[in-house]
Design a protein around this ligand. Structure first.
Ligand code: NAD
Ligand code: TYD
Length: 352
């Protein structure tokens, strides 16, 4: 059995932890190295169930530190990279764009440089897989969906930084022959999601009977995918996707924010034993996000046809699993919402 060293960056975050868990459990012939800086969004509690596995190693480190990254690649001679580490929240990117340039762009180029150094002239069986977002395509009106050939048109500092990193990854393929793959996925939801994004924030606020801040009129549309289905999609693309190719991943599951929040309220009325309609009373319309993209929707047919992937759960099933997880893991929720989270929440929502 050939043992391979696989680097997963950002493995302590939301999606990364699901990818690490899947790879550690399914691929005993891989040594999985999880490189994470443990920012506010990274949490080793997300990986308690695999932390003692013999094929798993956690490395605390920063992808923006070029020397450290070069040394790491020389030490472990990685065969594959799955790159998820990023600053990922649009609202934070509006407050602090430069941090997104440094982590998402400079960090990605550091990883590409290190891979190029150790793989140079021997790209056989090597893969640099960059995990990206559908937000690079900009926003849609009422009609249409994003295809892999849709022109990039990022609107937020977050999506601009992700678009830039995608371009660098593609450029390293074109210029240096780097064996890259890219995927652009729609909004994810599921367990271990930091409660600054819509769904976990609303779940947390419903549990604590706090106002539910809906931006603008709540008419913006997102296309939601269960995070474990994204982790499986990443597995398929890492193993079977074509070198140099891009794949769009999505759940074919569009929801207006306000409809989604009302659906969640009703689900949680029942779960929390509250009267029907009780949670909806918490909905509060607040000042819209600056430059708020109206609609995202992914056409994932290329990926589904070529690699035989499809979502494993309906939104109703996935959302119920997610709510159940948060209700059963109040300690996780409490740990991540004490301290800095309170300051973040004050700063982000007091002025809305
Ligand atoms: P997240 O914010 O939950 O996790 C990001 C992780 O990266 C954290 O563990 C953090 O500690 C780590 N990190 C940040 N800066 C770092 C640095 N300088 N060095 C090392 N580690 C660092 O993000 P997520 O939602 O899990 O997203 C993961 C990836 O997937 C991102 O690249 C994001 O753009 C992409 N993506 C996310 C979604 C979504 O809906 N969340 C959808 C499509 C694509
Ligand atoms: P979010 O989860 O931040 O993902 P993204 O902006 O990357 O799509 O937001 C999803 C949608 O929910 C988006 O249209 C903004 C909206 N939203 C709210 O209405 N209220 C909130 O408190 C948050 C965090 C988001």
């Amino acid at each position: 059995m050939t043992i391979k060293n696989i680097l997963i960056t950002g493995g302590a975050g939301f999606i990364g932890s699901h990818v690490v868990r899947r790879f550690v459990n399914l691929f005993p012939n891989y040594n999985i190295f999880n490189l994470d800086k443990l920012t506010y969004a990274g949490n080793l509690e997300n990986l308690k169930d695999v932390e003692n596995n013999s094929n798993y190693t956690f490395i605390k480190g920063d992808i923006t530190d070029a020397d450290f990254i070069q040394d790491l690649f020389h030490k472990y001679l990685f065969d594959g990279v799955i790159h998820l580490a990023a600053e990922s929240h649009v609202d934070r990117s509006i407050s602090n764009p430069l941090e997104f340039v440094i982590t998402n762009v400079v960090g990605t180029v550091n990883l590409l440089n290190a891979a190029k150094t150790i793989w140079h002239n021997n790209y056989n069986n090597k893969v640099f897989y960059h995990v990206s977002t559908d937000e690079v395509y900009g926003q849609l009106g009422d009609e249409g969906k994003f295809l892999e050939i849709t022109a990039y048109s990022p609107n937020s500092p977050y999506s601009a930084s992700k678009a830039s990193s995608d371009h660098f990854v593609r450029a390293y393929h074109h210029t240096y022959g780097m064996p890259i793959k890219i995927s652009n996925c729609s909004n994810n939801y599921g367990s271990h999601h930091f409660p600054e994004k819509l769904i976990p924030l609303m779940i947390n606020n419903i549990i604590h009977n706090k106002p539910l801040p809906v931006y603008g009129k709540g008419e913006n549309v997102r296309d939601w995918l269960f995070v474990e289905d994204h982790a499986r999609a990443i597995d398929y693309i890492f193993h079977k996707g074509k070198i140099g190719d891009t794949y769009n991943i999505g759940g074919n599951n569009e929801w207006k924010n306000i409809e989604l929040v009302k659906f969640l309220c009703a689900l949680m009325d029942a779960k929390l034993g509250r009267a029907s309609g009780e949670n909806e009373k918490l909905i509060t319309y607040v000042t819209d996000r600056a430059g708020h993209d109206f609609r995202y929707a992914i056409d994932a047919s290329k990926f589904m046809n070529e690699l035989g992937w499809e979502p494993s759960v309906t939104f109703e099933q996935g959302l119920e699993k997610t709510v159940d997880w948060y209700m059963a893991n109040s300690e996780w929720l409490q740990n991540v919402t004490t301290g800095n989270y309170q300051q973040y929440y004050q700063a982000m929502y007091a002025k809305r």
